[in-house]
Design a protein around this ligand. Structure first.
Ligand code: GTP
Ligand code: SPV
Ligand code: MN
Length: 603
């Protein structure tokens, strides 16, 4: 049973909202952010002068900066993230819920005087090109200059957005404070934050309130809070999809173009795949987006997708010339790095940038570092923030408001065992089942035990703004609508992270993932062979030249080995997970699980 659609909140008055918050938060001053380079330059200069960020050596990394966060503010805090829907059941079993009125009352107390001694910045922004049919607007109030600079890179900020809002366009209100007011004469710290953190979403009111953190998705509210949690609710009500997906275009050696959207959990390879340089000659990948996609059935009957963002907030560790040369070429300058290591020559470093660390590093906490320190020099969730336009592989039309038609959707995860390198879904319903049952090992992108296996349906576990059972139903319905117009994308599951008994990767990954992408494209074009397995279709013998990727026959077999007993045990775990959704679980998903069990038992 799906929830009834939420009444859409009335357009609130921007000026009244700001005035209310100025009165409550008591900032020393209010600054309107106009999106100009001049204003951003001045802000970054001021932050350097105040010791909040470090200017990198312009000879190595022009116009780039290093921010070091508070050691207790390094990743998204899922335990402090709340969906404050009117009804608890609408948040669903996978979200933390708080009653909206009670939450607002608690937040009011926290926010009272929270910006004393600080500046309140007003940041009007657009997700998607201003004026685009799929684009949506927001305004973030924040007392963090670092957040203003990040938002200026990640979104389209400026006057044209204000004009739209003043002309009556709907917008999402996003209130943010680091929660560290300054008393007169009190010394500031480079990265103010609070031990009390709240990342709250009010789906019916289309509103976000965030307190206490300045890091990533906790604070750059356009990203996960708006473009996924609030946007997923808008998408449910309006018939589209807001997803944790990269977007890419691939051109095959015959010159045919295909568009792919792929959902992998946090720190599971979206940025890398979006910037793929295929090891296969003649295959070209253009980047459209690396983290978030908004997809809607278009007037052409196909699923069309835009990247609502304007920049990349990407994982630094593991990024080097050998793995992701395109990212390295993107980061030549105009980049804000957070929690990476500093070299003595004023440039940056992180694990994986080069095979061996340079001498004389200062670690992400600002302490001298040597390889025997016993801890990495860069924080595992250290990040770069850079404009998408600066990426050498960015598609020339990446910000076309009409988006691109999606040929295939890929789901991925980080699985040491059980999940093959690639599987083709039997149809859309089976694809929804694959997405709904993704499990993945936890990464450093959020607080929690790294490596622990958890369910992360559609890579949206931390980002779905409503009941995940309803969300599965919504996916099924979007597919039904696309089927009527002949525009249903093919669905695949991939796993770059399967390991052998010694714990080594079975698949080299990165540029070699281009071989898997090529097989997917050739399948869509009806040109590649597949064989059936209980999990779905996998490449037929000879369909992928794995030996050219340095993979042995034994490794290849292991990459696709189906361990019926382990998979049946996983199916039991899946059943328990799905039971958690009660009557909100679509019958089709349960049916798919039954089908999987039957196929496993018969094989
Ligand atoms: P978020 O920004 O957190 O949503 O992450 P993401 O999905 O964009 O992940 P990203 O591409 O930044 O990759 C995360 C980590 O996985 C990095 O350390 C990468 O080097 C590593 N990685 C990416 N692709 C592969 C791959 O094919 N194989 C292996 N072994 N590691 C990979
Ligand atoms: C993720 O965790 O999936 C990210 C980084 O992309 S953050 O913006 O912090 O959400
Ligand atoms: Mn992400």
């Amino acid at each position: 049973m799906a929830a009834s659609p939420t009444p859409v909140a009335p357009v609130r008055s921007l000026d009244a909202w700001i005035a209310e918050n100025v009165e409550l938060l008591q900032p020393d001053r209010v600054v309107w952010v106009d999106g100009s380079r001049g204003q951003l330059d001045a802000l970054l200069h001021e932050m350097v002068e105040e010791g909040r960020i470090i200017r990198l050596n312009p000879e190595h990394r022009p116009y780039s900066f290093l921010a070091r966060s508070d050691p207790d503010d390094v990743a998204r805090v899922e335990a402090r993230t709340f969906i404050c829907s009117e009804n608890e059941a609408d948040a669903g079993p996978t979200n933390n819920w708080r009653d909206p009125d009670a939450m607002r009352a608690e937040l009011r107390d926290l926010f009272a005087g929270a910006m004393r001694g600080r500046t309140m910045y007003v940041v009007p922004f657009s997700m998607g090109p201003v004026g685009g049919a799929l684009s949506r607007y927001g305004v973030q109030l924040t007392d963090s200059a670092y957040v203003v600079a990040s938002m200026s890179i990640m979104t389209r900020v400026g006057e044209t957005v204000l004009e739209r809002i003043r002309a009556g366009a709907r917008w999402v209100a996003a209130l943010h404070s680091v929660g560290a007011p300054l008393e007169p004469g009190q010394d500031d710290v480079p990265w103010p934050s609070s031990p009390t953190k709240y990342i709250c979403h009010f789906p019916e009111a289309r509103e976000i309130i965030s307190f206490g953190s300045a890091y990533g998705g906790n604070a750059i509210l356009a990203k996960k809070a708006f473009a996924l949690r609030i946007a997923s609710v808008m998408a449910r009500d309006e018939g589209w999809l807001a997803e944790h997906m990269l977007l890419l275009r691939v051109t095959d050696p015959k010159g045919r173009r295909f568009h792919i959207a792929a959902a992998f959990p946090s720190a599971c390879g979206k940025t890398n795949f979006a910037m793929l340089r295929s090891s296969l000659p003649g295959w070209e990948v253009e980047t459209l987006g690396d983290d978030i996609a908004w997809l809607a059935p278009g007037s052409d009957g196909r699923l069309r997708a835009i990247n609502p963002e304007a920049g990349f907030f990407g994982v630094a560790p593991g990024t080097g010339y050998g793995t992701n040369p395109t990212a390295i070429d993107t980061l030549w300058g105009n980049t804000i790095f957070t929690n990476v290591a500093l070299r003595p020559d004023g440039d940056v470093w992180w694990e994986g940038l080069t095979p061996t660390p340079p001498e004389g590093l200062v670690d992400w906490r600002g302490e001298p570092w040597s390889p025997d320190a016993g801890a990495p020099a860069a924080h595992p969730n250290s990040r770069f923030c850079v404009s998408a336009a600066q990426c050498p592989s960015i598609a020339p039309d990446w910000d076309d408001p009409n988006g691109v038609p999606i040929d295939a959707i890929i789901f991925g995860g980080r699985r040491a065992s059980n999940v093959p390198l690639v599987v083709e879904a039997r149809d859309w319903e089976h694809g929804v089942f694959l997405g709904a049952t993704i499990a993945s090992e936890r990464t450093a992108a959020a607080e929690g035990q790294v490596g622990e296996l958890r369910r992360d349906p559609f890579a949206m576990l931390p980002f779905c703004g409503y009941n995940m059972g309803d969300y599965m139903q919504h996916w099924l319905e979007v597919g039904q609508r696309l089927r009527r117009t002949g525009g249903v994308p093919a669905v695949y599951q991939v796993n770059w992270f399967r390991k052998d008994a010694d714990g080594s990767w079975l698949w080299p990954g990165f540029s070699e993932n281009g071989r898997v992408l090529a097989w997917i494209i050739e399948r869509i074009a009806g040109e590649a062979a597949a064989s059936d397995t209980p999990l779905g279709k996998v490449p037929a013998v000879g369909a992928i030249e794995y030996r050219e990727a340095g993979v042995t026959d034994e490794q290849w077999q292991e990459l696709f080995r189906i361990d019926e007993r382990a998979l049946l045990a996983e199916a039991d775990d899946t059943a328990a997970f799905l039971d958690g959704f009660g009557d909100r679980l679509p019958e089709a998903v349960r049916r798919q699980l039954g089908g999987l069990r039957e196929r496993l038992e018969q094989s």
